[in-house]
Design a protein around this ligand. Structure first.
Ligand code: PRT
Ligand code: ZN
Length: 287
């Protein structure tokens, strides 16, 4: 009997390519060296990788040509295929926004009434306009949306934004956020039990990698008199590890901090007499 393999669709080149391949790598999954750029096989996990245009991935996953895929939420919702979002992956963050020329006096969505809006996201834009009861003309184009107002093709645009510098250099300002997006793992609605087991295994690894990126390992020295206060500052996983130092009256403390509290924690640690603070990245985290 053929060994069951899970098939994953990844963007073949573009903004999601590097992070998609690295997340597999961080999950300990190694690809074969460049034999075929469109189809690859993991050497140490029953996984086949199909490299596709991002826009095509939802269709492939819906039809079961691929079992799972990595793609921006913007594409998942725009293509509106029957696929399931299993996990957010924390990269490829952007938003789908409406923008208008900077000198326009934009007060509300009513500004868009009977205007011409250029976009590559007609479905999401249409939904947004309907929800806001705005009747406008959608001009669908496949690229360079940001230049359309400057050349008189449109009055407004609806496009992806991350840093905002493309809008800025085209004399536009962001006025509405329609969707916040990041890369997600999607799956076919009906995968077999064998494949589901492989998917769970992959998901377990992805979650360990994601968690580790959000946390740092911290080591510090603290006078015993402040030990209790310092322990309360660091929430840790369960409780911090405390080891006596060679120097009388001092201890070494080891724990884990979440990136969200990171700088606050460091500041209060210093204020409470902590010294020799070391922060170390965590490679994997399994709780
Ligand atoms: O060839 P293929 O069809 O696979 O690729 P593509 O050209 O359609 O997509 P690609 O590689 O550009 O983007 C893939 C995915 O990355 C998108 O679907 C989003 O989920 C995500 N992503 C994240 C972005 C951006 N950030 C982004 N900034 N996709 C596009 N942009 C573009 C945006 O369209 C605009 O032109 O970058 C410009 C704005 O960037 P800032 O930083 O100037 O605001
Ligand atoms: Zn695309």
């Amino acid at each position: 009997m053929m060994e069951t393999r899970l098939k994953i669709a990844l963007q073949k080149s573009g903004r999601l390519y590097d992070d998609s391949v690295s997340i597999l790598k961080e999950c300990g999954i190694e690809l074969q060296n460049g034999v075929n750029k469109l189809l690859n096989e993991a050497v140490n996990f029953p996984l086949q990788i199909l490299f596709l245009r991002d826009d095509d991935i939802p269709q492939y996953v819906q039809d079961g040509v691929a079992d799972i895929g990595i793609i921006g939420e913007n594409i998942v919702y725009e293509t509106n295929k029957d696929v399931q979002i299993i996990d957010k992956l924390g990269f490829g963050k952007c938003r789908l926004s409406v923008a208008v020329p900077r000198n326009e006096n934009y007060k509300s969505v009513d500004f868009l009434k009977h205007k011409k809006i250029a976009t590559s996201y007609p479905f999401l834009l249409k939904n947004f306009l309907n929800e806001n009861q705005v009747d406008a003309e959608i001009h669908e184009i496949s690229g360079s949306v940001e230049i359309t107002t400057g050349v008189g093709l449109a009055d407004a645009i609806c496009d992806l934004v991350s840093s905002g510098s493309t809008l800025f250099s085209n004399g536009l300002k962001e006025t509405e956020v329609i969707l916040n997006s990041e890369a997600v793992l999607i799956s076919n609605q009906t995968i077999s039990i064998e494949k589901k087991l492989l998917l769970d295994k992959l998901l377990f690894r992805i979650q360990a990698v994601k968690k580790s990126k959000k946390h740092k390992y911290i080591l510090l020295n603290v006078p015993d008199s402040n030990l209790e206060t310092v322990c309360n500052i660091i929430p840790g996983m369960k409780s911090p590890t405390i080891l006596p130092l060679g120097v009388e009256g001092w201890s070494s403390l080891h724990s884990v901090v979440h990136e969200d509290d990171f700088w606050n924690v460091i500041e209060s640690l210093k204020a409470n007499g902590a010294e020799g603070i070391l922060i170390i990245p965590i490679e994997k985290m399994i709780l």
